[in-house]
Design a protein around this ligand. Structure first.
Ligand code: FRU
Length: 680
């Protein structure tokens, strides 16, 4: 699946592709054409008919060029300073080549040299400059043209010798050369003379005025040699309007421009007698410019030819040239149309590109949206599947929860039943145990009796036998294997057997009681034949209180023995605690046979009034706390010692609280039984 950045990348590529495609055929979105060299044409003036046609032809020709374009044609207005400014402007417009018809040779030399020295090629057309710092000059030989005019005159009769010369701009090379060529070629033998020289600056109207004035002032001539057709026509107009018979005056022009207002038409119409075709060099100028700009070398002078146009050839030439001028006009018009169409086309291209881009964007967005939609759907399907799975699991869990709660309920009921049974068993067990009150008849006593699980594997036993002068008491603390229900069963067996031994057989010797208890347990539990090895640990005390012959004094004797459990004896008179160890063997249990070599033995100790005896199962000593330490029999002894000053009930509380404090919230590990007796 594409990431966002990937889509943006695609969009970018498409965008680039659109522009690249657009750029393949013609240079891109905003480029009309291939890059063309920029050519500027600086004209000395645009007022004469010949020059207007020159501009037209050059434009028409340039449109055929694949490598250059005429970016501007400037009008020097017959002013050299204006033309210098025009050239500077063209340079600012970054032209690649300058075409120039210099107004005056001297005045324009400086700027033209400067342009040339900037590395911009310069083509001089029709007029020269004083320096040779230009690339090439294209033009007809004006001296030759002037000479041809003289040749024409040389052939005429004697009545055509008084010459009025109409000059073009004095500083213009064309004017200077034509004048020189004409005058130097006049047949010296024919008495030619200048009756006037009028400077009319190439202008028809100026010539009209000047000739009118000349004539009105009495000036006369039979030849007018004009440096261009415009001035020649202006002269004819002046004479015609003065009512002069123009047939008596030979008018010679220069240029031979086609068109209704040009020199050829003037010849056809009989206004002027002859003119000399002055080629404008437009085709050659474009050809040379293309070559120069492509790096080709061109000659520094392209000489153009001339033709005499008189009544013999004027009409034919006019037809031909008019056709070619029309052709040029058509080309220019077509070019204009093409330009405006290409403007439209590039506008349309912009739209096309924008629409294409829009479409592509839409397609990409559509794809992205579809993919996202698809991804979402897939995601949803997966989610639904997951949900279904979760729901199934939830249902399963709910079923399990119901099952568990049913089981819990069953367990609760069963536990309650069991607890009920155990509590009943506890009642039974408690009923079989002596109470503190039973003991307190003869002693001050306390019993700490705390089963781990309601019923206990511990039990304590008490019985008494009285003869004339001796009262015998047997007391014991017995710990059966296990705790809870099995322990309790064992305790019932133990109680029953002790009852039998002591109460029925009147045996009070602790050692003998223990031996018989051992034998009876093994028999009762069939330990010889079975795997059963349950047994008991115990401490037993016999206390005999013998009344002396004086009937008052009493003698207290303790006989003790046990199976592993010691007997603690606090001797009040000495204020000290004795710990009496007992036999290192247990009662019952198959594997305990190995211990049967250890015999139970009675130990006898005298007691005094106020002495205290303590017996305990190992439950209290084995109780642990959170630090995994055992309460220990040593701590029990300490607790007993610390609380000697207290009465038996208080001492019980003291020991119990000490245990509770030690144990904290740790669970009780085993059944706990501690019995304390004070001889009173
Ligand atoms: C135009 C013009 C032409 C003439 C040429 C000479 O400015 O006067 O009529 O032949 O210049 O440079």
């Amino acid at each position: 699946m594409l990431e966002k950045s990937g889509y943006i990348g695609i969009l970018f590529l498409l965008f680039t592709a659109v522009f690249a495609l657009d750029g393949c055929d013609d240079g891109g979105l905003f480029a009309d054409d291939e890059k063309k060299y920029r050519v500027g044409l600086s004209q000395c003036a645009n007022d004469t008919y010949w020059r207007k046609q020159m501009n037209n032809s050059i434009k028409a020709n340039a449109t055929q060029s694949k490598t250059l374009e005429i970016i501007k044609i400037t009008d020097g207005e017959n002013s050299s300073s204006k033309q210098i400014q025009d050239i500077e402007d063209l340079i600012r417009e970054k032209i690649d080549l300058l075409m120039v018809s210099p107004n005056e040779a001297d005045s324009l030399s400086g700027i033209i040299s400067a342009v040339y020295n900037m590395g911009i090629p310069v083509i001089l057309i029709d007029r020269r400059v004083s320096s040779n710092q230009y690339t090439t000059f294209i033009g007809a030989d004006n001296k030759e043209i002037g000479g041809k005019a003289a040749d024409y005159l040389n052939l005429l009769g004697k009545d055509r010798t008084d010459i009025l010369e109409l000059h073009g701009q004095a500083g213009a090379s064309a004017a200077q050369e034509r004048s020189y060529g004409f005058n130097s070629k006049l047949d010296k033998s024919k008495n030619f003379r200048h009756t006037g020289d009028l400077y009319c600056n190439w202008s028809r109207s100026a010539a009209r005025e000047a000739v009118t004035k000349f004539w009105e002032e009495g000036g006369r001539c039979n030849v007018i040699y004009s440096h261009n057709d415009d001035m020649a026509i202006g002269a004819w107009e002046a004479l015609d309007s003065l009512g002069v018979n123009t047939d008596s005056i030979t008018i010679i022009g220069t240029d031979g421009a086609a068109g209704e207002d040009g020199g050829i038409r003037a010849v056809v119409d009989g206004k002027i007698d002859v003119t000399f075709f002055y080629p404008d060099g437009n085709e050659e100028a474009i050809e040379y410019a293309e070559k120069i700009l492509s790096g080709e070398k061109v000659p520094n002078y392209r000489r153009l030819g001339t033709v005499q146009i008189d009544r013999n050839n004027a009409e034919g030439l006019l037809g031909q040239m008019t056709m070619s001028r029309r052709q040029e006009d058509r080309i220019i018009a077509q070019n204009e149309t093409i330009k405006s169409q290409s403007g439209e086309i590039s506008g349309q291209r912009v739209w096309l590109v924008l629409i294409s881009f829009g479409l592509l964007t839409f397609v990409v967005m559509f794809i992205i949206t579809m993919r996202l939609y698809h991804k979402d759907r897939l995601h949803n399907v997966q989610l639904n599947e997951k949900n279904a799975e979760i729901n199934a699991q939830k249902e399963e869990l709910e079923n399990q929860a119901i099952y568990l709660s049913q089981m819990n309920e069953q367990l609760r009921v069963s536990k309650e039943n069991t607890l009920g049974s155990i509590r009943s068993a506890q009642t039974i067990q408690n009923a079989l145990l002596p109470t503190e009150e039973d003991l307190n008849g003869y002693f001050n006593a306390f019993i700490i009796y705390s089963p781990k699980d309601i019923v206990s594997g511990d039990f304590y036993w008490y019985g008494s036998e009285t003869s004339d002068n001796v009262s015998t008491f047997v007391l014991g603390v017995i710990d059966c294997t296990g705790h809870g229900v099995p322990g309790a069963f064992m305790s019932l067996i133990g109680i029953n057997i002790l009852d039998q031994i002591i109460k029925q057989y009147k045996i009070t010797s602790p050692a003998e009681i223990l031996e018989r208890l051992n034998a009876s347990i093994r028999t009762a539990l069939k330990q010889e034949e079975t795997e059963n090895n349950d047994g008991m640990e115990a401490a037993l005390c016999r206390i005999e209180i013998e009344t002396q012959p004086d009937g008052v004094t009493k003698k207290y004797t303790l006989t003790y023995e046990g199976a592993k459990f010691p007997v603690y004896h606090y001797k009040k008179l000495e204020g000290k605690m004795e710990v009496y160890k007992t036999a290192r063997r247990e009662i019952g249990g198959k594997f305990r046979n190995i211990e049967s070599s250890v015999c139970f033995e009675d130990h006898t100790v005298a007691l005094s009034k106020g002495d205290r005896l303590y017996m305990s199962s190992d439950g209290i000593g084995d109780q642990n706390n959170f630090e995994r330490k055992r309460y220990s029999s040593r701590r029990l002894v300490s607790a007993i010692q610390e609380s000697f000053s207290l009465n038996m009930h208080e001492q019980r509380d003291y020991i119990w609280n000490d245990l509770k404090q030690f144990k904290g919230d740790c669970i009780q590990r085993d059944d706990i039984t501690v019995m304390g007796i004070e001889i009173v």
